[in-house]
Design a protein around this ligand. Sequence first.
Ligand code: AMP
Length: 214
Amino acid sequence: MNIILLGPPGAGKGTQARKLVDERNMVQLSTGDMLREARTSGTDMGKRVAEVMDKGHLVTDEIVIGLIREKLESGQKNGGYIFDGFPRTLAQADALGALLAEEHQTLHAVIEMQVDDAELVARITGRSTCASCGEVYHDVTKPVPADGKCTNCGGTSFTRRADDTEEALKTRLLAYYKQTSPLIGYYYAKGDLKSVDGLASMDDVASAIKTALA
Ligand code: AMP
């Protein structure tokens, strides 16, 4: 089963993708994570994308399609792929369709995670992540435990993303509405779209996704 998690920044795509990885042995393909990895590796591509990402703009289609192509060609699909943060443009959506067809794969569903914009700002500006395992915390709703240890892996280092500021978030939201939200209509027309309420609790969102995938 291959699925797309679609929604604005802060909708909870990464959190739900991690649950699906644990529960269904699926493979999470997050272009955001791949790009963050590329920038820390200091490659030419990493340097080029760092500035674009920090400002909240989208990286070129060519780069992200190339990253996804590499992963699909490496063939490690286990229980199927979760596309998290990809596609983000119509060109990327077309490219994904072609890449999946080349690999004799199909798309099972596109899960649209609906949230309101004020909630996104609150969610994103308090966000931090365990540097070892990626567990996501929030200053108000899920603070890092008092002993400073990640509840998932015991890690003690937590990072905040450079683009999780109010300023960059505005740009990211604009990019979402201008470039990514047309994908909702695109996948609706193809008959693949399922919508869930992303504002529900993490477990309720997970069970809504489970129902949508049944
Ligand atoms: P994310 O972790 O999905 O929020 O992505 C963080 C940043 O990486 C985005 O704001 C973009 O700058 C870049 N990025 C991630 N995925 C894509 C994509 N599919 N297309 C273009 N840029 C992307």
